[in-house]
Design a binder for this molecule. Sequence first.
Ligand code: ADP
Length: 326
Amino acid sequence: MPLTTFKSTRLRSVFIVYWFLLGYIIAALIWWFIALTSQNRLMANHDISVLQPSDTGYHTTVAAIRERERRKETQYIGEGAVFFLVILAGAVFIFRAVRRQLKLGQQQQHFMMAITHELKTPIAVTKLNLETLQKRKLDDEKQQQLIHRSIQETNRLNSLCNNILLAARMEENKYTATREELDFSALVNQSLQEYKSRYPERRFESNLEAGISLQGDPLLLQLAVNNLLDNAHKYSPRTAPVTVSLQSSKEKILLTVTDEGKGIPDSDKKKIFQKFYRIGNKATREAKGTGLGLYLTRKIAREHRGEVYVTDHSPTGSNFVLELGS
Ligand code: ADP
């Protein structure tokens, strides 16, 4: 049986058991309420039946018995309602927790598939290029082309490994970010120059304020900037420009990476920062990725008293804003 069929069958049985138990508990609660109120009525009727209508104060005693019956009934309704609400709150809580867990499991499975693919492709391409260089006598230009492509693939492999390792270490709180005075403008510019030479066919435009410095971890910040540049490149047409701007004010530093791709639907603007989350659209399916980049970028931003968010770029595309405390 394929793994996904097995998983969805197991998932269905988990939910069947859950709904059965919840239904059983609620039915038992309703049954308990009916039994108690009818017992209450029987007891009141019995108490009235032993009275003699000729007794003095007969009507007052009957009224008192009925009043007691009503009070008890109100008490049962109150207690039943509280039980019902507690059970409902518990059921909603468990349902959400289980659903979250199952979703994470599913995303992890997609991640493993993506990662296998991501690791295998650059290795296969580089191996093929090296074998071609070894076996054939190629002219200088062809050789340079193959070497350039191999370096590109190795760079991709490198940033992928960095992302995975860092995600694992940050998750276990094993990574301690350093705090050193650094020139953030120079760091952004360096990343930008690397991307320009890696993708010479792409137009990168920039408006970087010089000399912005901050206290931070250069490795983490470089990764965050690279992730944003990488996405802008991956999710927008090759002919459209990617614009990077950097400004600072008294309280914060703003780095904006703008692309002219399809943009991000409102419903996904928060979700894309979750671990392993990838939008289910054509552009994402065609681009390589693991769903870790923005999750890490958010962690890194928060590590630097900042935040990362996305807004729409008009007429098309997105602005990713990395906000850092200055
Ligand atoms: P991935 O490795 O899939 O790129 P990310 O965490 O970097 O993972 O991004 C999560 C998802 O957000 C991507 O899979 C993609 O669907 C969407 N996304 C990120 N950046 C952009 C962008 N600039 N334009 C459109 N969609 C984007």
